[in-house]
Design a protein around this ligand. Structure first.
Ligand code: HEC
Ligand code: HEC
Ligand code: HEC
Ligand code: HEC
Length: 119
């Protein structure tokens, strides 16, 4: 009986551990994206607080396993085949969403250059 109980506890423990492992966590601290134009600070927490919680909204090639890759692992300084350069990818994704939300009269992030690029 004791053995079965012990085994049950072990199985439950493992299941909980696997669940915790399956739900990836975004970094809590602000990330600095270094840029010649002026570094851009990105906060997962502030976006999550604005209900942007789906990782794939930005990490569009992420399949939900492990941790997402940085954008610049694929998006380089110059366009490569179908992969737009980092600048265009960032502006389309980041500034694009901010612009669309602003147009819709909703709470949005910055669209002026200096709102993101800080010297
Ligand atoms: C609004 C856009 C956005 C959303 C939503 C988002 N991320 Fe990110 N994430 C980024 C950006 C931008 C970076 C920084 C990339 C860089 O430095 O090139 C990043 C970086 C990361 C990194 C660090 C990668 C590294 O190697 O340092 C992890 C881990 C991460 N995100 C996980 C997540 C998870 C998990 C979620 C969903 C819960 C999520 N992110 C949602 C935009 C986003
Ligand atoms: C594993 C490689 C990879 C990673 C990591 C990646 N991308 Fe991409 N991205 C691509 C490729 C390849 C394309 C070309 C179109 C396609 O295949 O979806 C693309 C296209 C885009 C586009 C243009 C889509 C369109 O509708 O025109 C945007 C915007 C973009 N990426 C933003 C990002 C951002 C922001 C990040 C980081 C949060 C990121 N990407 C991370 C590979 C990647
Ligand atoms: C799907 C929409 C969406 C995407 C994609 C998005 N943002 Fe935002 N962003 C927001 C919203 C909404 C806010 C407002 C949050 C607030 O004021 O609390 C915000 C706020 C910000 C802020 C201001 C934070 C502050 O300190 O007040 C910065 C900087 C920012 N975003 C940068 C980025 C960057 C860089 C990216 C791309 C890697 C990005 N955002 C992608 C919607 C988005
Ligand atoms: C919502 C945030 C945001 C806004 C607003 C924004 N940018 Fe960016 N920009 C970024 C991010 C993120 C990158 C990618 C960082 C990198 O790889 O250099 C970037 C990249 C760039 C680069 C590429 C630098 C390089 O080394 O290749 C230039 C130039 C640039 N931005 C100019 C501008 C100008 C000009 C404006 C205003 C018209 C502007 N940006 C508005 C977020 C923003």
């Amino acid at each position: 009986m004791k053995k079965i109980l012990g085994l049950t506890v072990a199985v439950v423990f493992l299941a909980v551990a696997m669940l915790a492992f399956a739900a990836p966590q975004a970094p809590k601290e602000d990330l600095k994206i270094t840029c010649k134009k002026g570094d851009v600070t990105f906060s997962h927490a502030k976006h999550a607080a604005a209900s942007i919680t789906d990782c794939k909204t930005c990490h569009h090639k992420y399949n939900g396993e492990g941790t997402p890759k940085k954008c610049d692992e694929c998006h380089k300084e110059k366009k490569e085949g179908k992969t737009p350069k980092m600048k265009d990818a960032a502006h389309k994704k980041c500034r694009g969403c901010h612009r669309d939300l602003k147009k819709a009269g909703k709470k949005a992030g910055p669209t002026p250059c200096k709102g993101c690029h800080k010297k």
